[in-house]
Ligand binder design. Structure first.
Ligand code: FEO
Length: 168
């Protein structure tokens, strides 16, 4: 049986992953509207991935006999100056999620809930992958001298994001 404080954190994480899915869907919509098809594909793929994260925690709570509560999901940000701002927003969001996941691991360990600790390890590895991925994107932007302005570098970034999604 999960301790109430752990069940609460996991339930919050279900909602947070749902929100993350909507954040990426909104970023994808922004990219579509700007004609950035590669970036739109990349963020659309990420939106679906976040949905699978939500499902994973949802299933775990169900297995543990904990009723899941889906709350009101906040509207994600919609206004961005350019693709660089979108990429930075996504990266900052991932850092927040990483902190939430590490907090669950920490709390589970503190109360000796090793089942949840073991379960959440998958997410720790996943967040590491996400941070590495966004690190690569930011390095590419630096290499191209990309600051979000229209031009050759924007075209390259759009193609780079498309390639990342196609090889995911
Ligand atoms: Fe499910 Fe990208 O955090």
């Amino acid at each position: 049986m999960l301790k109430p404080e752990i069940a609460k954190l996991l339930n919050e994480q279900v909602n947070a992953e749902f929100y993350a899915s909507n954040v990426y869907l909104q970023l994808s919509a922004w990219c579509e509207a700007e004609g950035l098809e590669g970036a739109a594909l990349f963020f659309r793929g990420h939106s679906l991935e976040e949905r699978t994260h939500m499902d994973k925690i949802f299933d775990y709570l169900c297995e543990c006999g904990i009723p899941v509560t889906i709350g009101a999901i906040a509207a994600p940000p919609t206004q961005f100056a350019n693709l660089m701002e979108v990429i930075n927003a996504a990266y900052q969001h991932e850092l927040k999620v990483s902190a939430m996941i590490k907090n669950i691991a920490n709390q589970a360990f503190q109360v000796q809930d090793y089942t949840t600790f073991n379960f959440i390890e998958w997410f720790i590895a996943e967040q590491h992958e996400e941070e590495v991925l966004f690190g690569k994107i930011l390095s590419k932007a630096k290499m191209l001298g990309f600051d979000g302005s229209p031009g050759q570098a924007l075209h390259h970034m759009d193609n780079f994001l498309r390639a990342l999604e196609q090889h995911a």
